[in-house]
Structures are given as C-alpha cells and as structure tokens.
Design a protein around this ligand. Structure first.
Ligand code: ZN
Length: 311
C-alpha cells in the first residue's frame, strides 16, 4: 500500500521533471514520439503555472506588480538572447573560415547598410504590386496586421500562392539578388499545405515568415556566403552545407518563432498550437524548441492573470 502511494506521488513528479529538463538522451529516445513528448511538456508547464498562480494568490498588489515586471524581463530576455546568439555564431563563422578583419568589417557594413535601406523601402508602398487577391482573407488578414506591427507596408512586399506540392507551408524569397544596389521586393510564397491549417496555425505561419522579412535574414545569409566565398573560394553548396553556416540558419529559424512569441501573447499561443503536433524539421526545431515556446506561452498566461488581478 505504502509502495503504491509512493509510486503515485513519484510518477507524476518524474514525468514533470523529465518533461521540464528534456535531456538529450530523452529527446533522442522520444524523437519518434514528438506529439506525446509535447503532451508531457504541456503537463509540466500546466502544473508549474497552477503552482505559481496558487502562490500569486497569497501576494499583495505590490508584490504582484514586481512579478509582472520580472515576467516582462524574462520575455524580453528570450529575444535578446537569440540576437546575441546570432552575433556569437557570426564570430564563429569569421574564425572558422579565417576571414580577415578588413573583409569581415566590410561584410558587416554591407549587411547594416542593406538592412537600413530595405527597412526604409519596406515602409513605403511599391509600384511593382503583386496580386494579393489570390490569397484568402484568413491568410491576408492576420498577415497584414503582423506586417504593419513590424513596420512593413503590406504593399511593399510580394505575395504568391503556389500550386506546387511542397514540404514547406510557406517560405520567404527575395525577387532577385538581395545584395544588389537596388531594393528587391521580399516575397512570401504560400504552398497548398497552408489551406490544411486552422486559423491559429495560419497566424503562426504568418508571424514566422514576417519575422524572417523584418530581421532580413536573407540579407545576412547572402552577405555571409559572399564573404566566405571571397576568403575561402568554397562553392555556395560547400558553404551552405558547412556546420558553421547551418548554425546560422538554425538560429534564424528559432528567431522566427521565439521573437514573435515573446512579443505578443496571441502569437505565443498560435505558434504553440502549430508546433504541438509537428516539429519543424527544416529549422531543426524539436522538443527543446517546443518547451521554450510553451514556457513563453505560460509566462504570458501568468502575465495576464496578474494584469486581471491587479486592475
Ligand atoms: Zn523559416
């Protein structure tokens, strides 16, 4: 009897513990069982949120507001940590490919200049308008809102609905060479899989793609490829298959999800929904990524709870 009680107490704690810490061996074993792992992570975070709310109920308004500030700090940290990580990865690329200081500084200046020029152009409406009407309203509505929230004029980008069957749901390309002296239109291409998604999931996809455009990941990648090629004479294929370059792609994909989630509660919820059943193989975003998205979503829930109680 005593043994059974112990088991009843220890088993949920063990599940909560492994879901929360998600060690690499655990990830490897349950790679095939991604949706089950996500449910365990859900249980862990749900339990944690309930416990924190029970504690908050004992706090006075002043303490609650202090906790609210701390949550906002944590959310902001998710964003800054990823931007810092990108800088670290770029430094590793410089060292790995033995790029001279002069070439590197030239490359960084080019990235900065191109981003600044594009940012300005993206606020204006383009004359080369693509046909936005071919996309249904349940895509264009959230997409236009997210573009505007990111300071991008919806008519400064190009949208395309592709009939081609593709593993991707959507992706961002730029019309022409992004490194050229002229501004090139960023383009979001939606593939047929987008029509299989629920509205929340569509919003998540839009937030993901708009973040790629807002942070101009393509500009960074193309300038870096050009710089590596100049120093090492490696081919484009050799560069894009190198682990140092792949780390840059990985961090850009993580940014495209974590940054919108940490910026707005709605996006955290939508991205969590999208990733709860399918991991993002292209970006190598598996259980640990889902755990981060789930943590952010729970932080927003706690934030909302405090807001309601302290008003
Ligand atoms: Zn992406």
């Amino acid at each position: 009897m005593m043994k059974n009680i112990k088991l009843l107490v220890l088993l949920p704690l063990f599940i909560v513990h492994i879901s929360y810490t998600a060690t690499p061996w655990y990830n490897r074993i349950l790679q095939e069982c991604y949706p089950i792992t996500c449910r365990l992570i859900d249980i862990a975070h749900f339990t944690n949120t309930k416990a924190r709310i029970a504690y908050y109920k004992t706090c006075n308004t002043e303490t609650l507001l202090r906790h609210k500030k701390h949550i906002e700090k944590q959310l902001n940290h998710y964003k800054t940590a990823l931007l810092e990580k990108e800088k670290e990865i770029l430094t590793t690329i410089k060292q790995t490919f033995n790029i001279s200081h002069t070439d590197w500084n030239e490359c960084l200046s080019k990235i900065e200049y191109t981003k600044k020029r594009n940012k300005h152009a993206m606020q204006l409406s383009s004359k080369k308008l693509s046909c936005h009407t071919q996309l249904p309203k349940n895509i264009t509505q959230p997409l236009f809102v997210i573009l505007q929230e990111n300071g991008i004029n919806p008519h400064a980008i190009s949208l395309k609905s592709s009939p081609k069957k593709h593993n991707h749901i959507a992706h961002v390309t730029w019309n022409g060479n992004v490194n050229s002296n002229e501004y090139r239109l960023p383009k979001i291409v939606f593939f047929p899989r987008i029509h299989e998604l629920f509205d929340d999931e569509i919003t998540a996809v839009c937030a993901h793609e708009v973040t790629h455009i807002a942070l101009q990941h393509k500009v960074v990648k193309e300038c870096i490829i050009e710089c590596i090629h100049k120093s090492s004479h490696l081919t484009r294929k050799e560069i894009t298959e190198h682990h140092a370059y792949k780390a840059l792609v990985h961090i850009h994909e993580a940014q495209a999800e974590i940054i919108p989630a940490a910026t707005k509660a709605e996006y955290a919820h939508c991205i969590k929904q999208l990733r709860s059943l399918h991991f993002y193989a292209h970006g190598n975003l598996h259980e640990n990524h889902y755990r981060q998205i789930n943590s952010i979503n729970q932080l927003w829930k706690l934030h909302q709870w405090i807001m309601e109680k302290s008003n």
